[in-house]
Design a protein around this ligand. Structure first.
Ligand code: GAL
Length: 723
């Protein structure tokens, strides 16, 4: 290279570096400004969300009301009555689009205006909703392309809810218009405290297989993988000639076809969860731009396992808080085995749902809580007298900032005809569940004041983080490896046992800070897909004094869902202090034994056969099969902390409970010893105990004489509150 060329090259190089540095600096500044303004925006809204429903009560209670179902001359009577009974807010309009915009561009707000004013007159606050769950018929007839196509190829029609894809741009144009019309009227109304987006957002029928979804899925894949080679690699497409030459060849994997490419299916689930969250974000943006800073934004999530695209964490940062819904007697939930369980419901899932929703932004409220008997379970038992009150107190103990019941009046028509309300079908008689609401409202209102409550040290010391990654759930449910494997069941064993030890649980994600002071314990059941950075982060958490529980399948795969090109789970061997030699599974008719301290416990679904490293303690051994005597659970120290690896899923969770108790007790952490489905929570200075089991229980270690409700003996459906 000639000298002048060289100097030119140097000048070029130096100026390029300057330009690049300048660009980087500009980008950093832009990013900083964007970050600062987003934080400012969020913090402004977060501040306004601190006091979700202004009230003298520590947990105000509200009720859904559908003016569109009732004769105009009953509106005032109903809202007045609602307020007289002690309800402090109501909830309007999530299914009222057809009434608000009966034909395209023709709006009718008079009826809603009147109801908002009536609520205001009687001192009821209002939660206003965007009506995107139920588009009017003219809209879907004009734009049939927004309708959801089921896997069978059948397009759902008008006449059901959640029948459109909230991400479709044609649909979003109409959503934007109706939401802006609503915010123009109610976005600064003093009675309106906040907004609910949509209703339990999910795709009715699980997924959309429409042409639109097809195109969006391809776009999502292209953004994720950039090149088709990368996709082929991540999808293991060399297997059975599944490979693609370009993105346009990719179709939504068909779940009904046997052995569809599992990696494609998992990506389709990820895409759906992202698309759903984007649809919620879209509406949050419209609201944010148009409503008062005093009003908050939420949606009423149903986390249930049968709605796989619902991932609350994907909406983190988009909402002021996540609210949640719970129908404890719906028969689809996990209950105790006791004979009264069908009347008491799933306290465990109420707890799980609350603690998950609370984990998203640090606070939550329950937007729908069953008022009594419902109509859509497989069978619909009456709640045990007292159970409705117990549910309300349980949500109080768990920290819900408000409770809203679904619904004030029992409908006379429509698909929820036999669904109880606070009022009976005559509209004027308070139902049995309604009476329990009134009782709980008064009890909560009259709680003695507690100045500056301080979280007791015992409670603080057993705070537990539950490491959550929805993508693991997607993969584990897709690749069960065993017909008996049920991922939620595995999670629930740990969750239920943590609650029986009185642990407050916070769900956290990989990118959260693993703060030992905040969470001295962490459980990560079946945490299957990991990368090496996460393993290092977990090891650091443990070395700093954290106590980590990992279980079967943990660390088995990379984030593409591929097995590591190592021996089984080898990337976590050092962390758990043991080698996982192999795992075993049994036919449904067989069980095998493991032994802990001379007691035998049964397993059937999954068990690992472990080889502990020197220095690792063996906590459980196999007591059966050709691997009798081999380790099934281990304990390993790193720095100041411990890792327990539970290499089995037992038939009834008892063995897991024994190990968890030991794990907490080895650090002298004071845990409670509660029977399953008996819960004790501490909130703002009050202790709340509830009993979903079918036996009377005597609460352990209560040395308080300040019982506000009940005593230390709790009947099924019973509540005790003390301070
Ligand atoms: C909920 C739903 C409500 C209502 C309710 C009936 O899941 O969000 O709109 O249908 O069930 O129990």
């Amino acid at each position: 290279m000639a000298c002048s060329d060289l100097s030119q090259a140097i000048v070029f190089y130096v100026s390029s570096v300057i330009v690049i540095q300048f660009n980087i600096m500009c980008k950093k500044i832009i990013r900083f400004i964007a970050f600062a303004s987003i934080s400012l925006l969020l913090s402004r809204h977060f501040a306004s969300a601190q006091n979700l429903i202004p009230s003298k009560s520590q947990m105000p209670v509200g009720a859904y009301y559908y003016p569109e179902h009732w004769n105009e001359n009953q509106w005032e009577r109903d809202l007045k009555r609602m307020a007289e009974l002690g309800f402090e807010f109501t909830h309007f309009a999530e299914f009222a689009w057809a009434k608000l915009e009966p034909s395209e561009g023709k709006f009718d707000f008079a009826w809603l205006d009147k109801n908002v004013e009536l609520a205001h007159k009687y001192g009821l606050k209002v939660i206003m909703c965007t009506p995107s769950a139920t588009p009017p018929v003219w809209l879907t007839q004009k734009h049939p392309e927004i309708l959801i196509k089921q896997e069978s190829g059948f397009y759902v029609k008008h006449g059901m809810r959640l029948n459109c894809n909230i991400s479709h741009p044609a649909y979003q144009r109409y959503i934007k218009r109706i939401v802006e019309k609503m915010t123009a009227r109610y976005g600064h109304h003093p009675a309106v405290v906040g907004w609910q987006i949509d209703n339990e957002p999910h795709f009715e029928g699980l997924y959309d297989y429409s042409d639109f979804a097809q195109k969006e899925f391809r776009k999502w894949l292209q953004a994720k993988y950039k090149t088709i080679d990368k996709l082929n690699e991540a999808w293991g497409a060399s297997f059975w000639s599944f490979s693609y030459n370009n993105f346009n060849q990719i179709f939504i994997p068909n779940k009904n076809e046997k052995a569809a490419n599992q990696h494609a299916v998992v990506d389709f689930k990820r895409y759906n969860a992202d698309a759903l969250a984007a649809g919620i974000r879209f509406q949050a943006g419209i609201l944010r731009a148009n409503i008062s800073e005093k009003q908050w934004i939420t949606t009423n999530f149903a986390y249930y396992k049968f709605l796989p695209s619902v991932d609350l964490f994907r909406s983190r940062g988009d909402l002021d808080f996540a609210s949640h819904t719970m129908y404890l007697l719906s028969t689809y939930l996990n209950t105790d085995k006791g004979e009264m369980a069908y009347r008491l419901g799933s306290g465990m899932e109420l707890s799980f749902s609350t603690e998950m929703a609370k984990s998203i932004e640090g606070q939550t409220g329950i937007m729908e809580l069953q008022p009594g008997q419902i109509n859509w379970g497989q069978w619909n038992a009456q709640p045990l007298p007292g159970a409705v009150r117990m549910w309300i107190w349980h949500t109080f103990g768990l920290g819900d900032k408000f409770v809203c019941t679904y619904r004030f009046r029992q409908p006379l028509f429509g698909s929820e005809q036999f669904h109880k309300g606070i009022m009976e079908t005559d509209g004027v008689t308070v139902s049995p569940g309604g009476k329990e609401y009134v009782q709980a409202i008064n009890e909560i209102k009259n709680l003695p004041n507690i100045e500056n409550p301080r979280e007791p040290d015992d409670v603080k010391s057993r705070r537990t983080a539950f490491l959550w990654k929805q993508d693991n759930l997607f993969d584990l449910e897709e690749v069960k490896v065993n017909n008996s494997w049920d991922t939620y069941q595995h999670y629930y064993v740990y969750y239920q046992k943590l609650k029986s030890m009185g642990c407050p649980v916070t769900f956290i994600q990989e990118n959260d800070v693993f703060d030992v002071a905040k969470y001295p314990y962490m459980v990560a059941p079946a945490y299957e897909m990991v990368d090496l950075a996460l393993i290092a982060k977990l090891k650091k958490y443990v070395s700093e004094g954290g106590n980590l529980v990992l279980t079967v399948r943990s660390g088995m795969k990379d984030n593409n869902g591929h097995l590591w090109e190592t021996l089984l789970q080898q990337p976590v061997w050092d962390l758990i202090g043991a080698k996982v030699d192999f795992f075993d599974q049994l036919p449904p008719s067989k069980t095998s034994s493991i032994k802990i301290d001379n007691h035998n416990y049964k397993w059937n679904v999954w068990a690992d056969i472990l080889q502990p490293k020197p220095g690792t303690e063996v906590l459980a051994v196999h007591d059966d099969n050709f691997y009798t005597g081999r380790a099934a659970a281990t304990l390993c120290k790193h720095g100041n902390g411990n890792v327990m690896y539970v290499g089995f899923h037992s038939t009834d969770g008892e063995a897991e409970e024994v190990l968890l108790r030991k794990f907490y007790q080895q650090n002298n952490t004071k845990i409670l010893d509660l029977p399953d489905y008996v819960f004790v929570e501490w909130r703002d200075g009050y202790w709340v105990a509830v009993n979903y089991s079918s036996q009377t229980v005597v609460l352990p270690t209560i040395n308080s004489s300040n019982f506000y409700i009940g005593t230390s003996a709790l009947n099924p459906g019973g509540v005790s509150v003390w301070y």
